[in-house]
Design a protein. Structure first.
Length: 351
């Protein structure tokens, strides 16, 4: 069930960004930027010294730092000390995508509407250590778990770069607003304006599978590796109305969990034990709900089964929908075929 973490407000519009920190047991929400305890103890949440408009928000790999993009500027904030670390400037238009380097707490990647991406190291002067150009405004940037392959998404392309060798690997003509890497790094899943999930092989750099069309825009997607079920990782993709669990080869729907009405999904938090969704509603309230791994894999045994002929086509087999209400929930979860296009990217190596 959904549990409210931010009360309704008549002063502010519904939030547009949110990230969850398991380390701090809180959710950072914008706009405006505020932090809220998942345990109802707001006096224990980190202090974030920032009062401006937020265009993008991302936690560092160890969740001790947070990167805040406001227009073309990126601010790095130390959450343990509640102070600003450094400003990163180099883009000419708004930054709409951020991701941390998994191997270094000092390094980040950003993507901007100026059709460029930049790798930063906050210890360096200047901090801009590698820059690349894209075919259009950057909508997402994501790094593989080994920090080697960078996925850059635009409205019309997916571009893959080897940032260790500083070279372009492949470009595909596929709208990409979000990307997530398989834990084994053998594939990356993407979604965009076409409202489908596509899987790309990272060994042969080809498209290997595609989902049915979703009924509405896909907000987020994550791979989930169940800890004790002896199965391969599955992909969980969410719209504002429902959350689907998909296999990859072939791409089939395992289960569909209904989210509820009048909710906008802001972010997804995936662990081996379940998936959490941060949602906002028209009253500017923000809520959080955890779906257990059993629901992710099978749906609810008591849920009704239905198929909507006007909805997107579904894979063969039964689709189970788990209704979600608005009653409070316990916070104990804290325990825990596309052909390739010519590559048209350029790099600018910074000394």
């Amino acid at each position: 069930m959904f549990s409210d973490i931010v009360a309704p407000s008549k002063l502010f519009a519904p939030p547009t960004h949110a990230v969850l920190s398991s380390r701090s047991r809180c959710v950072f929400v914008a706009n405006p930027l505020t932090a809220h305890s998942l345990l109802g103890i707001d006096s224990e949440v980190p202090t974030v010294p920032f009062n401006g408009h937020v265009d993008c928000l991302r936690l560092g790999a160890d969740e001790r730092n947070i990167a805040i993009a406001s227009n073309d500027l990126i601010k790095l904030v130390d959450l343990t000390r509640g102070r600003e670390i450094r400003n990163l400037s180099g883009h000419s238009l708004a930054v709409r995508a951020l991701t941390p380097r998994w191997s270094s707490v000092y390094s980040w990647v950003s993507g901007s509407l100026d059709s460029s991406w930049i790798i930063w190291d906050s210890r360096s002067h200047p901090a801009n250590i590698l820059q690349g150009r894209t075919t259009g405004p950057v909508r997402c940037v994501e790094l593989s778990p080994d920090d080697i392959i960078l996925a850059v998404g635009t409205d019309s392309t997916l571009q893959l770069f080897d940032i260790r060798q500083r070279c372009s690997l492949k470009q595909f003509p596929s709208s990409t607003h979000g990307a997530t890497f398989h834990p084994s790094q053998r594939m990356v899943a993407t979604y965009g304006a076409e409202r489908v999930v596509r899987y790309w092989c990272l060994d042969e750099f080809i498209s290997i599978a595609m989902s049915d069309v979703f009924a509405s825009e896909i907000r987020c997607a994550r791979f989930v590796a169940p800890s004790c079920h002896g199965i391969d990782p599955v992909l969980v993709a969410s719209t504002d109305e429902c959350m689907k669990t998909l296999t990859s080869e072939p791409c089939e729907t395992l289960a569909t969990n209904k989210i509820g009405e009048l909710k906008k999904v802001l972010n997804m938090n995936a662990t081996p034990d379940g998936v959490g969704l941060i949602c906002a509603d028209p009253s500017a309230a923000v809520s959080y709900s955890v779906f257990s791994i059993e629901e992710i894999l099978c749906g609810s045994t008591n849920a009704p089964v239905f198929s909507d002929d006007d909805d997107e086509s579904l894979s063969e087999g039964m689709v189970v929908l788990t209704p979600r209400g608005n009653s409070p929930s316990d916070a104990s979860f804290l325990s825990e075929a596309v052909t390739s296009a010519p590559v048209s990217s350029t790099f600018s190596f910074c000394q």
